[in-house]
Ligand binder design. Structure first.
Ligand code: PEP
Length: 272
């Protein structure tokens, strides 16, 4: 039986915007995307969280951070902990490939961050995905499987489910390159991800975990991903800074949500 999962569109602003302009951009995006049956999240840089939170108050669009430290407090200069974030954000992106690349984040470290996030009630989006050489070598499923094992194995699956764990499948070669995966590639990987989750303690409840696709998503290509029943939305980078693109992406997600709801395959649009 297909589990009822919400449709989710999360925007990752990466290292763009300043506290002076982020609020206005968030307001414009929230107005353009409107009220739809889609969980909508904007993840600005840390220093813009307050401005974006103020701008999005009452809009139904949630605020997320792009990272969190793996300890709750301590001598970690320049870092931001989960307790610091809870009044500013309700979601957090973890294990983004740009942090794996630039900050050397390992699966084990990402797992610890995940633990901290759910400890304080932040809803985690765990990013996984293979490099191009790994895909070309036919290793993509093995790479993603290892990432999931490294971050999640031994953790309390029930607690992760209660926290609303979301997985974003983001093939690294598709991020910021303008080269997106095929919908069928993403759907195949979503099946692999749920199989791995089932094997590490999630059991049948792996069907409850929303899986997003990320990698050069635009308003033009989002229908290809949302046409796949195993894909529950998108983690959007570059296009999330463009109100017209976000309106198109979320609008299309709203159409999918309506169709899935009519088919009885959609969960409550909780999480905002
Ligand atoms: C991302 O930042 O997670 C991402 C998918 O970026 P882009 O959409 O720009 O490829």
């Amino acid at each position: 039986m297909t589990a009822a999962r919400p449709v989710i569109i999360a925007g990752n602003w990466k290292m763009h915007t300043t506290p002076a302009d982020a609020g206005e951009l968030a307001t414009t995006i929230a107005r353009r995307v409107g009220e739809v049956d889609v969980v909508r999240v904007i993840c600005p840089p840390f220093v813009c969280l307050a401005a974006v939170g103020d701008a999005l108050a009452g809009t139904g669009v949630a605020v997320g951070a792009q990272n969190v430290h793996h300890e709750l407090a301590g001598a970690y200069t320049g870092e931001v902990s989960a307790p610091m974030l809870v009044s500013l954000a309700s979601w957090v992106i973890l294990g983004h490939s740009e942090r794996r690349r630039d900050a050397g984040e390992t699966d084990e470290l990402i797992g610890r961050k995940l633990g901290r996030a759910i400890e304080v009630g932040l809803r985690p989006i765990l990013c996984v995905g293979e490099q191009l050489a790994e895909r070309d070598a036919g290793q993509a499923p093995n790479v993603v499987q290892a990432q999931l094992h490294g971050a999640l194995e031994g953790r309390d699956a029930g607690a992760l489910l209660d926290a609303g764990l979301v997985i974003a499948y983001e093939p690294v070669w598709a991020i910021g390159t303008g080269r997106n995966a095929q919908g069928s590639d993403a759907a195949g990987m979503a099946d692999t991800i749920r199989t791995v989750l089932a094997s590490i303690g999630f059991g049948e409840r792996s069907e409850e975990v929303p899986i997003l696709y990320g990698g050069s998503v635009t308003a033009a290509n989002i229908p290809e991903f949302l046409a796949e029943p195993s894909i529950d939305g998108a983690l959007v980078g570059g296009a999330s800074l463009k109100p017209d693109e976000m309106a198109g992406i979320v609008g299309r997600a709203g159409v999918t949500a309506r169709a899935r709801r009519q088919a009885g395959a959609l969960g409550a649009p909780s999480g905002s």
